[in-house]
Design a binder for this molecule. Structure first.
Ligand code: BG6
Length: 287
């Protein structure tokens, strides 16, 4: 693991393991790339237009949305998707385990988070295992004497050859909220997700394995969430991409977000002293 200074002066850890390489920014504990050995490009997508500046989350990679998802319900002036992706995380440990490198990063409450709309005491530990699989695990602990509730999402951007030929399998039987269509859940579609326009769905469940099937690239990315009870699938398409300053106008064709979540009705309540771990494994196979 090499500690380096990246764009905008942000501190970045460059990890080289026998089975893969990766980059992780301390800002947001943000995984920005993961390249398994023998592949020539990162499976994780970053925007060419990402900003690397204070107060602006990176665009792409694996943003950690915590402790709320989307706009804050109590205070719309709070940052979208919570404060964790804007905060500087601390590297607690980096160690070699077999052919992988395991990093542990930490964030806990401070004056600023306690003054936010979600002011609880907390500790978050994030474990990133860089290998032929990429394993991500977010453990949140409540060190206080009263319960709290939080939302969390690992908002991963995957690179694809062309979103118009990609499908997402595994969620066929899961009802969903269509964020573009109003607050009532829609019934499961009974078929894989395909992309024909802006897509912003919160699935009210998950699956053992969710597949990002990319026939042009002859590749499937397997997403294996654990302790996750909701899943977001997002692609901004043309108009929304054009509106985002930190997103290239044509980049919507080459990415899709499949997010391992506990959001909305699946928010986690932690009693005093309790912990919860949500995790996901990514694995790439040819097809
Ligand atoms: C998705 C949300 O998870 O994230 C979308 O469902 C949102 O509604 C997208 O547009 C990107 O959010 P942000 O805050 O990173 O621009």
């Amino acid at each position: 693991v090499q500690a380096d200074v990246g764009p905008g002066g942000l501190r970045v850890l460059r990890v080289t393991a026998p089975s893969a390489s990766a980059e992780i920014y301390l800002r947001g504990a943000h995984v920005a790339s993961w390249t398994p050995a023998g592949t020539d490009a990162s499976v994780i997508w970053m925007s060419e237009k990402s900003e690397y500046t204070d107060g602006v989350p990176l665009r792409g990679g694996v943003p950690i949305c915590f402790p709320w998802f989307g706009a804050n319900a109590d205070d719309p002036s709070e940052p979208s998707h919570g404060f964790a992706r804007l905060a500087e995380w601390e590297l607690v440990e980096a160690k070699d385990v077999g052919s992988t490198v395991v990093l542990t990063l930490r964030l806990h409450d401070d004056l600023a988070t306690r003054a936010s709309a979600w002011g609880h005491r907390f500790e978050a530990l994030y474990t990133v295992t860089v290998g032929g699989h990429l394993d991500l695990a977010l453990t949140v602990t409540n060190p206080d004497r009263k319960a709290f509730t939080y939302e969390a999402a690992l908002h991963t951007y995957f690179g694809v050859s062309d979103i118009r030929s990609v499908s997402v399998t595994g969620l066929e039987d899961v009802p969903f909220l269509d964020k573009l269509d109003g607050p009532s859940p829609l019934p499961a579609e009974g078929e894989a997700v395909r992309f024909v326009g802006e897509t912003d769905r919160v699935y009210l469940g998950s699956a053992e394995t969710i597949g990002v099937v990319d026939p042009n690239a002859k590749r499937v990315i397997d997403v294996k969430p654990r302790e996750s009870s909701s899943t977001v699938v997002w692609n901004p398409w043309v108009a929304k991409a054009a509106k985002m300053a930190d997103f290239g106008d044509d980049e919507w064709t080459t990415m899709v977000c499949v997010e391992t979540c506990n959001v909305g009705a699946a928010a986690v309540t932690l009693e005093a002293g309790a912990s919860h771990t949500m995790s996901v494994r990514y694995d790439v196979t040819g097809r």
